[in-house]
Design a protein around this ligand. Sequence first.
Ligand code: ADP
Ligand code: MG
Length: 369
Amino acid sequence: MEIVLSHLTKKFPARGKKNQKEVTAVNDVDFVIPDGKLVGLLGPSGCGKSTTLHLLCGLQKPTEGQILFGKEDVTPLPPEKRGVGMVFQNYALYPHLNVEQNIRFPLENLKGAEKLSKEQMRERVLEAAGLVQITELLDRKPAELSGGQQQRVAIARALVKLPRVLLLDEPLSNLDARLRLQTREEIRRIQTKTAITTIFVTHDQEEAMSISDLIVVMKDGVIQQTGKPQEVYDDPSNLFVASFLGTPPINLFEGRVQDGRLLLDKDAVLQVKGVPDQAVHVGIRPEGFLLQKDGSLSCAFVRREVMGRDVSIVSTHPASQAPSIRSIVDAESCQNLSGETVRFALHPRKVFLFDKTTGARIPCEIKER
Ligand code: ADP
Ligand code: MG
């Protein structure tokens, strides 16, 4: 089912002496989640991700705006009437209930036409447990499960009511690195199989990029950019988005556009069309540096770090905003790297210019010298 968030705003009032300012947790958020897709809602802590989910599931009422599920305006509906399955960050299972009872819990209080018989409940529980592959754990108590297994129970519990929408709030944050990797693929598998429209909240850009059909990048309650992960990575709309996506992160420089050339300190690195002379922020992705003897960017070599197939070259440059620059090159191209200077040519499509004051991307055509 398609979900529409239309001019959605949530303000929390100022409270007492400590919180003297009203907080706008979600600020005029406008986007459409296509039917059956997995959308990754991404942003730093405090940017309004959880609040957005709480508005969607009905735990909180928006100050302004509307939420549509398909054609239906669900804004005035209480949580139980929305058909939403939610997995919270701490996935709070009931410790005294076993896995089966935990999963069944949301079904017990269904009333009227929705009421299920014992057999129907059992069938639903088995179906949900099968989907997350914990059928053999139904008799156990939560304390007898690993973190990853508890997570699966929480997901099964969210799925058992056959929700129209699945909301996951940082569902992997309590798992260790390896389990996170495994569980995120699991979530993708379940989502693909059930085709439930899903919103997956995370502060981890890699996690969001890897499993989402679409990502929504948020900052201070405001959507910065939405799109397919690769498109947002390749074409960031501002400095925040460019810096937030990518590991290792984008390298930032103080640059200058002058007479159609992009200058980083004394190095004229690229041609720029359509930009009046001005100082700019320059972002260069780590894979945008190409080792070249007569390359236009001249850096001081610090060290190389082998990272499996690739090699990371750490260097410095006077125009770099960070103490060092990190570039990724393939192992073969830097076998006989030596000396104090390392020179790079830059890949024009991996270089972005941003406005010095607003941080907005400056539209322009960038070419090799
Ligand atoms: P995230 O999930 O992205 O970390 P949240 O949605 O939890 O962010 O919070 C967004 C902002 O709203 C934060 O500044 C937070 O302090 C504030 N906030 C969240 N919930 C409440 C609340 N119930 N009362 C007051 N302020 C809140
Ligand atoms: Mg949160």
